[in-house]
Each structure stands twice: as C-alpha cells, then as structure tokens.
Design a protein around this ligand. Sequence first.
Ligand SMILES: Nc1nc2c(ncn2[C@@H]2O[C@H](COP(=O)(O)OP(=O)(O)OP(=O)(O)O)[C@@H](O)[C@H]2O)c(=O)[nH]1
Ligand SMILES: [Mg+2]
Length: 257
Amino acid sequence: MKVIFLIGTAGSGKTTFVKNFSEWIESKGVDVARINLDPGVVSLPYTADFDVREYVNTEKIMKDLGLGPNSALTVASDLIAVKVHEISDEIEEMDYEIAVVDTPGQIELFAFRPVGRVFSESFLKGPRMVIYLFDYTLMLEPLGFLSSLYLSISVYASLAIPQLNVINKVDLVEPRLVRRISEWYSNPLTLYEAIRKYYKGEKLKLGQELSKALPMLSSLNKPIPVSALTMEGFVDVYSQVTRILGTGEEFSQEQAV
Ligand SMILES: Nc1nc2c(ncn2[C@@H]2O[C@H](COP(=O)(O)OP(=O)(O)OP(=O)(O)O)[C@@H](O)[C@H]2O)c(=O)[nH]1
Ligand SMILES: [Mg+2]
C-alpha cells in the first residue's frame, strides 16, 4: 500500500485535506484508507479506517503519569513508534491502494520525534511520500514566508522521503498576494526587495541573511497553491502524487473532469 503523510503546522488544514483529498481521489476510482496518527485529536470529520487513538489513550497517560497534555502527547508518540509493525500489519490487511495519513497538530510530535523517522522508514510496504502543507496566512510577510520554508526543509531533512510542498487556504488570499508569494519563490530578488521594504534594524538583517539560503530552500518543488476546503489545486497535487508514487497510469488533466 502506498502512503501519503500529511504534515504541516497546527491548523494548516491537514485533517481537512485528508478528508477532502481522500474523497476526491476516491471519486477518481482509487481505493483510499484514511489513517489517523494524531493521538490528541478530539473529533474527526472523516471516518478513519485506522485510528491510533485505539492504541494510545492520551488522557490515561496524563492521569497515570501525572503529565500535562503536551508531554503526554510526546509519550503517546513514542508509544506509537514502537508499534509501527503491528499497526502496519493491521492496515496492510485492509488491502487499499493508498493510505492518506493525518498527523498531529504539533508538527514536532511527528516530524522531529522517533515516530516520524520510524514511520517514514517502515510504515506499510509501498512507496511513501510527504505532502507538506504550508499555510498562506503565515506567509504573507517575507519573514513568515522564510520561516515557513525553513520549517518545510527541516521536515525534509528529518524524514528524508520525497516531499511535495503545497500551500493551503488559497481561497482566503487575494490573487495578487498569491502571485507575489509565487514570485518570491521563483525570483529571490523580489523577496530581497520586499524585505528591504518591510523591515528595519535587526529584522532587516535577519531577513537578508535568511533569504541568502533561498536557492537552497527552493531546491524542493515550488509549492502548489491549494484549498483543502474548495478542493482547488487537487488536480495538480494528484498529478504530482502519481508521478512520485507511481500510482498506476500518470494522472492527466483530462481525468480531472
Ligand atoms: N478557508 C479555508 N479554511 C481551511 C482550509 N483548510 C482548513 N481550513 C480551516 O482551518 C481550520 C483548521 O483545519 P484542520 O483541518 O483542523 O487543520 P489541522 O492542520 O488538521 O489542525 P491540527 O490538527 O489542530 O493541527 C479549520 O477551521 C478548517 O475549516 C482551506 O483550504 N481554506
Ligand atoms: Mg488535524
């Protein structure tokens, strides 16, 4: 079974993406498993085929170990890591083509702890990839744009599997801002200009230093604008997913309609 991990900052839209993208690819005839690996989620808008909350109970960990919610979640994550083979066997038996995996709101719980590395190396038997979800609302200023890029590259460095960068919530942003962010990405000079316009003093220096790494940061794919809510951009995402995972025939624009 092929695997797509959804990773992104808190509230970037991972769960909404899992729900709507799964439905969308299902409507194209693909058998999809919805997997929840977020032990802290209270309610899900989709019916999970596998829900990690059946393996770990964060509230019980809090009570038993006298921990606060965040440390209980780190313990839960570490417990999930050691169960990767058990969890994989259970899901592999369901015999879907592709598993779309929701991960915790706190990005570090998955991407920067053992669970992330273990799952990116050993989860299920097929090829695996990450869809990294940027959030337009955090990228409207140059420094927000740069920190988002740095975070995405840290996830890539940590998990080291193919990563498709996607910017979510395009429906909330004016088209001229979408174009501007796209330009910052492709032409570092425009970002440099924006930094000079936006900032003074320490922030200006920081922006100038950080933007020097842009050519390295943009060695990953240029992020695809999407809306997990309206499904805009899903065609482009899926055509990249098929390229990366080799999901049968390459998906074409004609199949989208
Ligand atoms: N307008 C708009 N809102 C969105 C989009 N995607 C998600 N949202 C909203 O953003 C909020 C957070 O979405 P979730 O899907 O729960 O985000 P998440 O990344 O799973 O959140 P955590 O798991 O808590 O980190 C919800 O109110 C969603 O309705 C989008 O593309 N456009
Ligand atoms: Mg979520």
